[in-house]
Structure formats: C-alpha cells, structure tokens
Design a binder for this molecule. Structure first.
Ligand code: PMP
Length: 287
C-alpha cells in the first residue's frame, strides 16, 4: 500500500513526492536527519529528537525550515494518516536547492531548506528477534569525518560497516579509532563489567544518542553504576556483557565481539533490565 509522505508542508502519496535534482541533500549530503520510533501510535523521545535536530541545524548554520510545533504536528499527522501502530518516522532537512550546483552555501533568506518525512511500519519493533538472541559485532576502523555529533545524512561509511558485518555473518560493526571503540554503525556501544556500565563519553567523536541519554538517566535512577569513558575491543571481549542503544532498537544485547563470546554467550541481565526499563519509562512520556 502506498504511504502518505510529507514534503515541505504537503502530504502526498509517495509516488507523487518529488525533490529537485539540485537539492544539496542529493548533491552534497548537505542535510541532517532524525528517526523517532512509534509505539502504540505514540512518538518515543520526541522532545530529545527535536532538540538534537535543532542542534544539528545550528552546527551547520542551517535555518530551521519548520517550527517545533509544526514538526510535532506533522509527525503525528503522518503516524495517523499511515495508521502506524509500531514503527518509525524518518525526518530529513536539507539546505535545499539553489537551482544549480555550487560548493558555497546559498543564502537561507532566498533558498529555504527542504523538509521530508515518511513513516515505516514495523509491527515487530518491540519483539524483534535480536532483542532475545542478541547480536554479534565485528570491529572496523572508524574512517568517518570528525563531526559525528552532527546527525548528517552522510551514511556511506556506516553502510559499508554494515556490509562488512553482514559479510562476516555478524549483526553490526563497532568503529574503532586510536585503539578505542567510538560507537556502532547506527547505535551507541556499551560494555558491562561486574555491575558497572561503561560507555564512551560525549564529544565530537560520537553521535549524542537520544536513547543513550535516556538509558543512562534510567540506569542512574535505578542506582546502577555508569562510567563514561572509552574502552578497547579487548576490554569488550573480556566484559561480562555488552549492548547497543538506538531509537529503533532500544537496548539490544551484544553476545560476541570479534569472535569472542561474552560471558556465557547469551544476552546478559543488565542489558535485559535496561531494555525493560527504557521501554517502560519512555512509554510514559510518549506523545
Ligand atoms: N550513533 C550513530 C552513529 C547512529 O547513527 C545512531 C542512530 N541514529 C546512534 C548512535 C543512536 O542514536 P539515537 O539513540 O538517538 O537513535
């Protein structure tokens, strides 16, 4: 069935939605995005995603082409129009089209940004197979640019990382830079040693995950010990357990790192507990 998608204020059947070939998102990956998950027809962590969008835009000197109010209204409208129970809303904002190709940014006064949104239905979002089985990860060098805190649509290298993982029979890849894990291709990475949860501190080296921030808050509220620092692959291999977080996978256990099984090779209790906590708590603030 054809979806209804959003393009610059209009709701259209997906077949009728068009963007200029000169759009800078297409020509230069000059755009940012957000993915907000939907559970029971409600948006999870919407405020966090809206705040990070505003930050990404500001870091790139882009003017927000849509108000916070309209953004929320459009998310809700799309969820309703597409009858999404469990799934996600993808949002992309680009610097728009000046009608030609030029490295210099166009004047935002005369060239408005492009806003596109669409939904994806994922009935099994909560009960995904990997939530119970966990995933295996491999490590790959982190060859991305150094502003990973900005959520840009430059996703070619992360795609290559996913393909390397797939070729190795793994579920994902963890990026490694200067001997330390930065993050997963599309998630933040954690290890658990004893009762301590370890995850890399925030900097320009990683995306400031909205799920990460919520999970660390819930962990602290549950009196769990958290240490924000970088860790190595060999430290991960000798950890008791590991997991990743993202808006669409919540908390997903990691059971193997570069061929070494963690603990008894099955999802650990901390990852399970945090997944339950995250889902339970974030449903309370869903809108
Ligand atoms: N790191 C990267 C590189 C990502 O692509 C994502 C998912 N967009 C995350 C971390 C997790 O961020 P969030 O919890 O906001 O989805």
């Amino acid at each position: 069935m054809s979806r209804t998608v959003y393009v610059n204020g209009d709701y259209l059947p997906e077949e009728e939605a068009t963007i200029s070939i000169f759009d800078r998102g297409f020509l230069m990956a000059d755009g940012v995005y957000e993915v907000t998950s939907v559970l029971g027809g409600k948006l999870i962590d919407f405020e966090g995603h809206a705040a990070r969008l505003a930050r990404s835009l500001a870091e790139l000197d882009m003017v927000a082409p849509i108000s916070h109010e309209d953004l929320l209204a459009a998310h809700r409208e799309l969820v309703a129009k597409n009858d999404i129970d469990n799934g996600l809303v993808y949002l992309q904002v680009t610097r728009g089209s000046a009608g030609d190709r030029d490295f210099a940014f166009p004047d935002p006064e005369t060239v408005p940004g492009t806003v596109v949104m669409f939904t994806q239905s994922k009935p099994d979002l909560l009960e995904s197979a990997v939530a119970t089985t966990g995933i295996r990860v491999i490590s790959v060098p982190d060859l991305r640019w150094h502003r990973r805190d900005i959520k840009t649509v430059q996703l070619l290298y992360p795609s290559m990382g996913k393909m390397a993982a797939k070729a190795a029979g793994a579920g994902d890849a963890w990026f490694v830079e200067d001997g330390k894990v930065t993050e997963g291709t599309s998630n933040n990475a954690y290890i658990v040693k004893g009762s301590k949860i370890v995850t890399r501190e925030l900097s320009n080296d990683i995306l400031h995950g909205i799920t990460r921030s919520a999970v660390l808050r819930y962990a602290a509220e549950a009196q769990m010990e958290v240490e924000e620092r970088a860790f190595t692959i060999s430290e991960a291999q000798s950890a008791d357990e590991a997991f990743v977080t993202s808006a669409t996978t919540f908390v997903t256990p990691v059971i193997e790192v570069d061929g070494a099984a963690l603990g008894d090779g099955t999802p650990g209790p901390v990852a399970k507990r945090l997944r339950e906590l995250y889902i339970e708590e974030s449903l309370k603030t869903a809108v």
